[in-house]
Design a protein around this ligand. Structure first.
Ligand SMILES: [Zn+2]
Length: 288
């Protein structure tokens, strides 16, 4: 049941009124943990690799190849997505490599430029059947940069969003509704009325970025109000790193890097399962 097109998972989630988790890959150990968590939860998963992560690894191909290989061997449906590409060429390369979807992030551009660049990416992706996400109304905090008025006060205007979707032909839209990237505490509150207004206005699924800063109840409320793709990176990164730190504190003589990376990987699996079940609406445990 392996690698599937992102469109398939998004269509399923929309028709069922569920949220679909999309979690960031940082290195091979994250891919392994994310897929194991999805298998344990019997939930589909979107793996995503960001442009920042591509820069860290010095190229897209090695980590993409590893992610595709792990996805193909998975016992649940897994899609691969390129997250936050500001570079059009990178988005096109991901299409060529077999990604199921790409996000082109033109949110830092002026509106007309964002429309033009996004449309070029959509045209290229469409010929390969690849799904495209775009962003309108900057979701702040990426790269740890404080974007002043953009974060967390930025809001996507429903009428402008409708124009943007029609002009570009994008398949899904990341919207600014009160979350902000890279938050380490889960204290953000989302504008549920705006989510509902965007859902009513738009024919495409909505994507929540900066979900790490939102508590469980806020995320399920957002899904109930019409949010579909739920991107989580920082929160899961924190779970991994916390486990590595604890392992190294307890085992200061460790030299084999597999020992501490393995501890991070083990810790990630149950939290991935828990979040996927929460978004899918079948979670019945205590809220974290
Ligand atoms: Zn994002």
């Amino acid at each position: 049941m392996p690698l599937v097109p992102t469109r398939q998972l998004m269509d399923l989630a929309v028709s069922a009124g569920r949220g679909q988790g999309a979690f960031n890959v940082l290195h091979l150990e994250t891919v392994e943990a994310l897929v194991r968590g999805a298998v344990d939860a019997s939930c589909p998963l979107i793996l995503q690799i960001s442009q920042n992560c591509v820069a860290f690894h010095g190229g897209l191909e090695p980590l993409a190849a590893a992610s595709l290989a792990v996805a193909r061997a998975a016992a649940v449906p897994v899609a691969l997505h390129l997250d936050h590409a500001e570079d059009e060429e990178l988005a096109k390369r991901a299409v060529d490599l077999g990604f199921g979807s790409v996000m082109f992030d033109g949110a830092a551009l002026a509106y007309a430029e964002n429309v033009a660049a996004t449309t070029r990416v959509v045209d290229y992706a469409r010929s390969a059947g690849v799904y495209v996400e775009a962003e309108l109304g900057m979701v702040g905090g990426k790269d740890g940069v404080h974007l002043g008025a953009h974060a967390p006060g930025a809001r996507t205007d429903p009428a402008e969003a409708q124009d943007f979707v029609r002009a570009t032909g994008v398949d899904a839209l990341a919207v600014a509704v009160g979350s902000s990237h890279a938050m380490q505490e889960r204290t953000a509150s989302l504008d549920l009325q705006l989510i509902a207004a965007l859902k009513a206005e738009l024919d495409v699924p909505l994507v929540l970025h900066g979900s790490s800063g939102v508590p469980d109840q806020g995320l399920t409320d957002a899904i109930g109000a019409g949010m579909t793709k739920i991107n989580v990176s920082t929160h899961l990164n924190g779970v991994f790193t916390h486990a590595v730190r604890e392992f190294l504190a307890a085992n200061p003589g460790t030299t084999d890097s597999r020992k501490y990376l393995g501890a991070g990987r083990e810790a990630l699996v149950p939290e991935v399962s828990r979040l996927l079940r929460l978004f899918a609406g079948s979670f019945s445990g205590a809220l974290a």
